[in-house]
Design a protein around this ligand. Structure first.
Ligand code: PEP
Length: 253
Protein backbone atom coordinates (compact mmCIF):
# COMPACT_ATOMS: atom_id res chain seq x y z
CA UNK A 1 0.00 0.00 0.00
CA UNK A 2 1.27 3.46 -0.89
CA UNK A 3 1.51 5.54 2.30
CA UNK A 4 1.14 9.32 2.20
CA UNK A 5 2.17 11.95 4.71
CA UNK A 6 0.68 15.27 3.65
CA UNK A 7 1.09 18.84 4.83
CA UNK A 8 -1.76 21.33 4.53
CA UNK A 9 -0.26 24.80 4.85
CA UNK A 10 -3.72 26.39 4.65
CA UNK A 11 -3.49 30.22 4.24
CA UNK A 12 0.02 30.49 5.68
CA UNK A 13 3.42 31.38 4.17
CA UNK A 14 4.70 33.98 1.77
CA UNK A 15 6.69 32.76 -1.22
CA UNK A 16 10.01 33.26 0.61
CA UNK A 17 8.78 31.37 3.65
CA UNK A 18 7.42 28.59 1.44
CA UNK A 19 10.72 28.32 -0.45
CA UNK A 20 12.70 28.02 2.81
CA UNK A 21 10.38 25.37 4.17
CA UNK A 22 10.24 23.39 0.90
CA UNK A 23 14.02 23.47 0.58
CA UNK A 24 14.40 22.13 4.13
CA UNK A 25 12.05 19.25 3.25
CA UNK A 26 13.88 18.65 -0.04
CA UNK A 27 17.27 18.54 1.70
CA UNK A 28 16.00 16.02 4.25
CA UNK A 29 14.14 13.78 1.77
CA UNK A 30 16.30 14.03 -1.37
CA UNK A 31 17.22 10.34 -1.33
CA UNK A 32 14.15 9.02 0.51
CA UNK A 33 12.13 6.24 -1.16
CA UNK A 34 8.84 7.20 -2.86
CA UNK A 35 6.85 5.33 -0.19
CA UNK A 36 5.69 7.13 1.87
CA UNK A 37 4.94 9.94 -0.54
CA UNK A 38 5.27 13.32 1.12
CA UNK A 39 2.86 15.91 -0.27
CA UNK A 40 2.68 19.61 0.49
CA UNK A 41 -0.66 21.33 -0.15
CA UNK A 42 0.59 24.89 -0.51
CA UNK A 43 -1.19 28.21 -1.14
CA UNK A 44 -1.66 28.90 -4.87
CA UNK A 45 0.93 31.69 -4.81
CA UNK A 46 3.63 29.33 -3.51
CA UNK A 47 3.00 26.31 -5.75
CA UNK A 48 5.72 27.11 -8.23
CA UNK A 49 8.42 27.62 -5.59
CA UNK A 50 7.45 24.42 -3.76
CA UNK A 51 7.33 22.41 -7.01
CA UNK A 52 10.73 23.80 -8.02
CA UNK A 53 12.30 22.79 -4.69
CA UNK A 54 10.79 19.30 -5.00
CA UNK A 55 11.71 18.73 -8.69
CA UNK A 56 13.11 15.24 -9.35
CA UNK A 57 12.85 14.14 -5.70
CA UNK A 58 10.87 10.86 -5.83
CA UNK A 59 9.29 11.20 -2.38
CA UNK A 60 8.04 14.77 -2.72
CA UNK A 61 5.18 16.39 -4.64
CA UNK A 62 3.33 19.68 -4.51
CA UNK A 63 -0.43 20.01 -4.29
CA UNK A 64 -3.05 22.76 -4.24
CA UNK A 65 -5.75 23.20 -1.60
CA UNK A 66 -8.72 23.63 -3.93
CA UNK A 67 -9.72 24.03 -7.58
CA UNK A 68 -12.74 25.04 -9.66
CA UNK A 69 -14.35 22.57 -12.10
CA UNK A 70 -13.74 24.46 -15.36
CA UNK A 71 -10.73 25.04 -17.62
CA UNK A 72 -11.21 28.79 -17.75
CA UNK A 73 -13.99 31.35 -17.82
CA UNK A 74 -15.81 34.08 -15.92
CA UNK A 75 -15.23 32.63 -12.44
CA UNK A 76 -13.62 35.52 -10.59
CA UNK A 77 -11.23 34.43 -7.88
CA UNK A 78 -11.26 30.75 -8.85
CA UNK A 79 -8.45 28.60 -10.25
CA UNK A 80 -8.57 25.69 -12.68
CA UNK A 81 -6.80 22.33 -12.59
CA UNK A 82 -4.94 23.28 -15.77
CA UNK A 83 -3.58 26.40 -14.04
CA UNK A 84 -2.58 24.35 -11.01
CA UNK A 85 -0.72 21.83 -13.13
CA UNK A 86 0.94 24.69 -14.97
CA UNK A 87 2.14 26.03 -11.59
CA UNK A 88 3.61 22.64 -10.64
CA UNK A 89 0.82 20.91 -8.67
CA UNK A 90 0.43 17.15 -9.04
CA UNK A 91 -2.29 16.82 -6.39
CA UNK A 92 -5.28 18.80 -5.18
CA UNK A 93 -7.23 18.67 -1.91
CA UNK A 94 -10.98 18.59 -2.44
CA UNK A 95 -13.70 19.03 0.16
CA UNK A 96 -11.51 20.11 3.08
CA UNK A 97 -13.73 20.79 6.08
CA UNK A 98 -12.79 24.48 6.05
CA UNK A 99 -14.13 24.71 2.51
CA UNK A 100 -17.27 22.75 3.38
CA UNK A 101 -18.02 24.52 6.68
CA UNK A 102 -16.42 27.97 6.40
CA UNK A 103 -16.86 28.55 2.64
CA UNK A 104 -20.15 26.65 2.31
CA UNK A 105 -19.23 24.00 -0.30
CA UNK A 106 -21.79 21.23 -0.69
CA UNK A 107 -21.38 17.58 -1.71
CA UNK A 108 -22.45 18.30 -5.29
CA UNK A 109 -19.70 20.88 -5.80
CA UNK A 110 -17.13 18.61 -4.12
CA UNK A 111 -18.15 15.84 -6.53
CA UNK A 112 -17.85 18.10 -9.58
CA UNK A 113 -14.41 19.29 -8.45
CA UNK A 114 -13.21 15.72 -7.90
CA UNK A 115 -14.35 14.46 -11.29
CA UNK A 116 -13.02 17.48 -13.17
CA UNK A 117 -9.63 17.50 -11.42
CA UNK A 118 -9.11 13.78 -12.14
CA UNK A 119 -10.11 14.30 -15.77
CA UNK A 120 -7.52 17.07 -16.05
CA UNK A 121 -4.71 14.90 -14.71
CA UNK A 122 -4.50 16.00 -11.09
CA UNK A 123 -4.48 13.40 -8.33
CA UNK A 124 -7.17 14.07 -5.74
CA UNK A 125 -7.18 13.83 -1.96
CA UNK A 126 -10.85 13.88 -0.95
CA UNK A 127 -11.52 15.06 2.62
CA UNK A 128 -14.48 13.66 4.53
CA UNK A 129 -15.52 13.88 8.16
CA UNK A 130 -18.32 14.60 10.57
CA UNK A 131 -18.96 17.61 12.82
CA UNK A 132 -19.28 17.12 16.57
CA UNK A 133 -23.07 17.61 16.34
CA UNK A 134 -23.30 14.92 13.66
CA UNK A 135 -21.19 12.51 15.73
CA UNK A 136 -23.23 13.14 18.85
CA UNK A 137 -26.44 12.61 16.89
CA UNK A 138 -25.17 9.17 15.82
CA UNK A 139 -24.81 10.25 12.18
CA UNK A 140 -21.17 9.24 11.55
CA UNK A 141 -22.02 6.46 9.07
CA UNK A 142 -24.65 8.53 7.28
CA UNK A 143 -22.32 11.51 6.87
CA UNK A 144 -19.38 9.49 5.54
CA UNK A 145 -21.70 7.55 3.23
CA UNK A 146 -23.23 10.74 1.84
CA UNK A 147 -19.84 12.42 1.36
CA UNK A 148 -18.28 9.41 -0.39
CA UNK A 149 -21.26 8.25 -2.45
CA UNK A 150 -21.94 11.72 -3.81
CA UNK A 151 -18.43 11.74 -5.27
CA UNK A 152 -18.47 8.18 -6.63
CA UNK A 153 -21.98 8.51 -8.09
CA UNK A 154 -20.64 11.41 -10.18
CA UNK A 155 -17.49 9.59 -11.34
CA UNK A 156 -17.67 7.82 -14.70
CA UNK A 157 -16.83 4.09 -14.53
CA UNK A 158 -13.63 4.61 -16.54
CA UNK A 159 -12.39 7.02 -13.85
CA UNK A 160 -13.42 4.70 -11.01
CA UNK A 161 -11.32 1.98 -12.64
CA UNK A 162 -8.22 4.20 -12.79
CA UNK A 163 -8.04 5.68 -9.30
CA UNK A 164 -5.07 3.73 -7.96
CA UNK A 165 -2.12 6.07 -7.46
CA UNK A 166 -4.32 9.09 -8.20
CA UNK A 167 -6.83 9.18 -5.36
CA UNK A 168 -6.76 9.15 -1.59
CA UNK A 169 -9.32 9.82 1.12
CA UNK A 170 -8.51 11.87 4.21
CA UNK A 171 -10.81 11.15 7.15
CA UNK A 172 -10.79 14.34 9.19
CA UNK A 173 -13.31 14.64 12.03
CA UNK A 174 -14.18 18.34 11.97
CA UNK A 175 -14.00 18.54 15.78
CA UNK A 176 -10.34 17.45 15.69
CA UNK A 177 -9.06 19.92 13.07
CA UNK A 178 -6.98 22.73 14.54
CA UNK A 179 -8.45 22.09 17.99
CA UNK A 180 -5.64 20.11 19.61
CA UNK A 181 -8.21 17.36 20.22
CA UNK A 182 -6.96 14.31 18.33
CA UNK A 183 -9.49 11.51 17.80
CA UNK A 184 -8.97 8.51 20.07
CA UNK A 185 -7.60 5.30 18.57
CA UNK A 186 -10.97 3.55 18.87
CA UNK A 187 -12.68 6.42 17.04
CA UNK A 188 -10.05 6.39 14.28
CA UNK A 189 -10.26 2.60 13.89
CA UNK A 190 -14.05 2.72 13.62
CA UNK A 191 -14.14 5.59 11.12
CA UNK A 192 -11.35 4.19 8.93
CA UNK A 193 -12.97 0.75 8.77
CA UNK A 194 -16.18 2.51 7.79
CA UNK A 195 -14.46 4.52 5.05
CA UNK A 196 -12.79 1.36 3.72
CA UNK A 197 -16.13 -0.50 3.62
CA UNK A 198 -17.90 2.40 1.96
CA UNK A 199 -15.11 2.65 -0.63
CA UNK A 200 -15.44 -1.07 -1.31
CA UNK A 201 -19.18 -0.62 -1.89
CA UNK A 202 -18.41 2.13 -4.39
CA UNK A 203 -15.49 0.61 -6.30
CA UNK A 204 -15.08 -3.00 -5.17
CA UNK A 205 -11.76 -4.70 -4.31
CA UNK A 206 -9.70 -1.74 -5.62
CA UNK A 207 -10.73 0.04 -2.40
CA UNK A 208 -8.03 -1.98 -0.63
CA UNK A 209 -5.39 -0.14 -2.65
CA UNK A 210 -6.56 3.45 -2.05
CA UNK A 211 -4.79 5.19 0.86
CA UNK A 212 -7.03 6.41 3.69
CA UNK A 213 -5.35 9.14 5.73
CA UNK A 214 -6.24 10.46 9.17
CA UNK A 215 -6.19 14.21 9.81
CA UNK A 216 -6.95 16.27 12.90
CA UNK A 217 -4.39 17.65 15.38
CA UNK A 218 -1.64 15.25 14.29
CA UNK A 219 1.63 16.09 16.09
CA UNK A 220 5.08 14.46 16.28
CA UNK A 221 4.05 12.86 19.59
CA UNK A 222 0.92 11.09 18.28
CA UNK A 223 1.92 10.34 14.66
CA UNK A 224 3.49 6.89 15.19
CA UNK A 225 0.53 5.66 17.26
CA UNK A 226 -1.94 6.74 14.57
CA UNK A 227 0.15 5.23 11.76
CA UNK A 228 0.16 1.90 13.59
CA UNK A 229 -3.65 1.58 13.38
CA UNK A 230 -5.44 -0.70 10.92
CA UNK A 231 -6.63 1.08 7.78
CA UNK A 232 -4.55 4.19 8.52
CA UNK A 233 -2.36 4.64 5.43
CA UNK A 234 -1.14 8.14 6.10
CA UNK A 235 -1.65 11.46 7.82
CA UNK A 236 -2.87 14.89 6.74
CA UNK A 237 -1.20 17.48 8.94
CA UNK A 238 -2.20 21.13 9.29
CA UNK A 239 -0.66 23.20 12.09
CA UNK A 240 2.24 20.86 12.80
CA UNK A 241 3.31 20.91 9.13
CA UNK A 242 4.15 24.61 9.10
CA UNK A 243 7.49 24.04 10.80
CA UNK A 244 9.62 21.74 8.62
CA UNK A 245 11.36 20.12 11.60
CA UNK A 246 8.07 19.18 13.25
CA UNK A 247 6.69 17.90 9.93
CA UNK A 248 9.86 15.88 9.29
CA UNK A 249 9.48 14.25 12.72
CA UNK A 250 5.97 13.19 11.67
CA UNK A 251 7.30 11.86 8.35
CA UNK A 252 9.96 9.93 10.30
CA UNK A 253 7.34 8.44 12.60
C1 PEP B 1 -5.98 20.04 8.29
O1 PEP B 1 -5.79 21.21 7.98
O2 PEP B 1 -6.40 19.25 7.45
C2 PEP B 1 -5.70 19.61 9.66
C3 PEP B 1 -5.89 18.36 9.97
O3 PEP B 1 -5.26 20.58 10.54
P1 PEP B 1 -4.61 20.33 12.00
O4 PEP B 1 -3.54 19.29 11.83
O5 PEP B 1 -4.05 21.67 12.39
O6 PEP B 1 -5.70 19.86 12.90
Amino acid sequence: MQKIIAANWKMYKTRDQAAQCAEALADALRTAPANPAVLVFAPFTCLDVVAKAFAAIPALAAGAQDCYPADEGAFTGEISPLMLRDAGAAWVLVGHSERRHVLGEDDALVARKTTFALEKGLSVMLCVGETLEEREAGALTAVLQRQLESVFDALPQSRRDALEGHFAVAYEPVWAIGTGRVAGHAEVLEAHALVRNLLARCIGPAAERLPVLYGGSVKPANAAGLMGLDNVDGLLVGGASLDPQSFLQIVGA
